[in-house]
Design a protein around this ligand. Structure first.
Ligand code: 3PG
Ligand code: MG
Length: 403
């Protein structure tokens, strides 16, 4: 596939100083804080291998302030070492410690900087020229020859480490970004129906906004909802009490959109019909009326049966975000049965996002699914035809490089 941005094929990177932004944001056990799945780290290996004769500085995020998975990148560095890379970690992003370690780097070595979201300026979302003014960009860019962006999972985030460097350094895409974009382009070229979206997990504000756009395109026939996104819609239509809004970050702003979507697309939005709650440390399947105020942690059996049937009969399925609290085995049932149905579906199937992708691999379903994308939000944005911020920025950088 021919891209309007440049790739590793267009630069001479041997012996050069490369700043490489990746997305190795992994699933993390909320209690032990240990990484539970390394797929996103494995996914950047091709780029790292290709840059094995350069000095590579890795920049990445993990979680975000306030989330359970907001941890240091020290563990990620160990994983890279176990995969055979000559990687070391510095507990700094752009201070003296980081600069010193960067200056001592030799060809074939990889230096992992600390979680970029430990720096507040990284959280700002603005156009490339604006985020380029952030300290992280201004301090780091003079130390490099090239910026390589392989962070497909964060391609929809217009933040300093994703788009800022593209305005000040010759910038190209890494191999994972290339692979994701060409595969997703091929997968979405189809016009087949029924087209089913399976949407779960958290980040409800993002997801409700994309659902709004996606339903407006007429591409989606069924939007099957679960996880916190599903709970939000159940509150919106009065099936579940507002007390369940408590764990939902972004509830206030998303609930109105959810109500509007329900009245606009009553036949397309498909909601859970029953629940699984946690009662004395056990899974209890029940109706919404029987839930009391017990934690609502998965979709119930009737819902699972209904979702499985719709998925199996679909021509295209795209899934992002788990159906429940899959970190606990007893509440992983909804997500795992939905994934099995996706694997059995004869149509085109795409599973996106760190959590769902990891579980599909754990269940050895990866070769029965058309494409497991490392992107969640990024992939959904791609599907609604929104040009990814990372791509826009790299295309502008390519033009500058040709001038
Ligand atoms: C993801 O997990 O979807 C990506 O790593 C982006 O993370 P974010 O949604 O926290 O920006
Ligand atoms: Mg995520």
């Amino acid at each position: 596939m021919k891209f309007a941005f440049k790739t590793l094929d267009d630069i001479d990177y041997v012996g050069k100083r490369i700043l490489l932004r990746v997305d190795m944001n992994c699933s993390v056990d909320p209690e032990t804080k240990q990484i539970t799945d390394i797929s996103r780290i494995e996914a950047i290996q091709e780029t790292l291998k290709e840059l094995s004769r350069s000095k590579v500085v890795l920049m990445a995020h993990q979680g975000s302030p306030g989330s359970d998975d907001f941890i240091s990148l020290e563990q990620h560095t160990k994983v890279l070492k176990n995969l055979g890379f000559n990687a070391s970690f510095v507990d700094d992003i752009f201070g003296e410690k980081a600069k010193k370690a960067i200056s001592q780097l030799k060809d074939g070595e990889i230096l992992v900087l600390q979680n970029v979201r430990y720096f507040e300026g990284e959280l700002k979302k603005a156009p490339p020229q604006e985020v380029a003014q952030e300290q992280i960009v201004q301090e780091l860019y003079p130390l490099f020859d090239f910026f390589v962006n392989d962070a497909f999972g964060a391609a929809h985030r217009s933040q300093a480490s994703i788009v800022g460097f593209t305005t000040v350094l010759p910038s190209v895409a890494g191999r994972l970004v290339e692979k994701e974009i060409s595969t997703l382009t091929a997968v979405t070229a189809t016009d087949q129906h029924p087209w089913t979206l399976v949407l779960g997990g958290s980040k409800v504000e993002d997801k409700v906004a994309t659902l709004d756009k996606l339903l407006a395109t007429n591409r989606v026939d069924n939007a099957i909802l679960g996880g916190l996104v599903g709970t939000l819609f159940l509150i919106a239509n009065g099936k579940v009490s507002e007390t369940y809004s408590k764990p939902i970050k972004g509830y206030e702003s998303a609930i109105e959109t959810a109500r509007n979507l329900l009245s606009k697309y009553p036949d397309k939005i498909i909601l859970p019909e029953d629940a699984a709650v946690e009662c004395e440390d056990e899974r209890l399947n029940c109706t919404f009326n029987e839930m009391g105020n017990l934690p609502f942690l998965d979709i119930g059996p009737r819902t699972i049966d209904k979702y499985v049937k719709i998925i199996k009969e679909s021509a295209v399925v795209f899934a992002n975000g788990p159906m429940g609290y899959f970190e606990k085995d007893t509440f992983a049932e909804g997500t795992s049965k939905v994934l099995s149905a996706i694997a059995e579906c004869k149509g085109i199937t795409v599973v996106g996002g760190g959590h769902m992708g990891a579980m599909a691999k754990k269940m050895s379903l990866d070769d029965k699914i058309t494409h497991i994308s490392t992107g969640g939000g990024a992939t959904i944005n791609f599907l609604i035809g929104k040009k990814l911020d990372l791509v826009v920025a790299l295309e502008a950088a390519a033009k500058r490089m040709d001038e």
